[in-house]
Design a protein around this ligand. Structure first.
Ligand code: SAM
Ligand code: SF4
Length: 329
């Protein structure tokens, strides 16, 4: 049974950032030179992550998503997956990745017990992909996505951060992919991340605007309930005759906070009750000082009890001081 927070929301989902490092530098996520690296010793070791996840699962967490930085940039990631996959009560183990390294990792990850992956991909144009990621190759992500499907890491959902002037002219092309089987696309409103933003004006394309453009070009969307839905804040739809789904995640224009079910663990062992607040509960220090399971469990409960009712992104720019690449989105 999951614990509920002070607003009666059951908390059953933990996102775990396994590294702050990334092989890309997406313009909306990191500055060109990257963000200051964590010291090696400050990053949680695998056995520390496994202990925290095991405790969290005992307290009602049933969904765990590995993220980063780039989770596939962490050495030995399949070993971590294997250890986590054996935790009794963990129903759903998934990963969010930029996909560039999936080709070689998909098979080992599936064999280790990973259930599915989300792949981040903002454009179908190779030159634009290089511009957005400042170093990546589109072909690697497309091949990686195929490898994930072949390995059975299904469904593969593709996350698209939509930014005005960057890729908003591709929403129809991307949405059209969902007419084919195995293409599930989710449009995400870009969150303004203070110093890490590269645009100065209004980069946000609302889900409403993206949806209107898609419907004008490709026909009316029908809401999908049940199997196509995930455990997160996306709302899912289908185009007429489509095999895949189209999701919209609207951190700016809609308050999905009322349904927030998650905690986040940063690569350096801080538990964040909310992506968009500065509250952080250090687990690493007590963990390394010999804390008991009961002590750590009390800190998990403290994080649950600290979840704010809602974020205030629409009213204020984000004040989060921890880089997105350490939190994991
Ligand atoms: N490196 C992996 C990846 O890109 O999928 C995992 C970490 S990344 C921080 C997780 C998700 O956060 C990605 O889907 C990424 O597109 C999204 N993201 C990063 N910066 C964002 C921003 N400013 N606004 C909205 N989403 C963002
Ligand atoms: Fe790296 Fe993911 Fe951030 Fe892009 S969005 S820089 S791939 S962590």
């Amino acid at each position: 049974m999951a614990y509920t927070d002070n607003y009666a929301r059951p908390i059953n989902y933990l996102r775990v950032s396994v590294t702050d490092l990334c092989n890309l530098r997406c313009v909306y996520c990191m500055p060109e030179g990257g963000v200051p690296k964590l010291a090696h010793d400050d990053v949680l070791r695998f056995e520390e992550i496994v202990r925290i996840v095991r405790l969290a699962v005992e307290m009602g967490i049933v969904h765990v998503r590995l993220t980063g930085g780039e989770p596939l940039a962490r050495k030995g990631i399949a070993e971590l997956v294997a250890d986590l996959a054996h935790i009794p009560g963990l129903d759903d183990l998934s990963m969010t990745t930029n996909g560039t390294l999936l080709r070689e990792h998909a098979g080992p990850l599936a064999r280790a017990g990973l259930g599915r992956v989300n792949v981040s991909l903002d454009t179908l144009r190779p030159e634009r992909f290089r511009h957005i990621t400042r170093r990546g190759e589109l072909a690697d992500v497309l091949t990686g996505r195929e490898a994930a499907l072949d390995a059975g890491l299904r469904p593969v959902k593709v996350n698209v951060v939509v930014v005005r002037g960057m890729n908003d002219d591709e929403v129809v092309d991307l949405a059209r992919l969902t007419l084919e089987p195995d293409w599930h696309i989710r449009f995400i409103e870009v969150m303004p991340l203070g110093k890490q933003t590269y645009w100065s004006g209004n980069g946000v394309v609302s889900s409403g605007e993206a949806r209107a453009r898609v419907e004008a070009a490709l026909g009316p969307l029908t809401a999908v309930h049940g199997a196509g839905e995930g455990v997160g804040p996306a709302r899912y739809y289908q185009l007429p005759g489509a095999a895949g789904t189209l999701g919209f995640i609207s951190p700016i224009t809609e308050h999905f906070c009322y349904a927030c079910n998650r905690l986040r663990l940063t690569a350096d062992g801080r538990l964040l009750p909310c992506l968009l607040s500065n509250i952080a509960i250090d687990l690493r220090t007590p963990l390394r000082a010999g804390a008991s399971d009961a002590d750590l469990g009390a800190l998990l409960l403290k994080a649950i009890a600290s979840k704010p009712q809602r974020h205030h992104l629409a009213e204020n720019a984000l004040s989060q001081s921890i880089p997105m690449s350490q939190i994991g989105g």
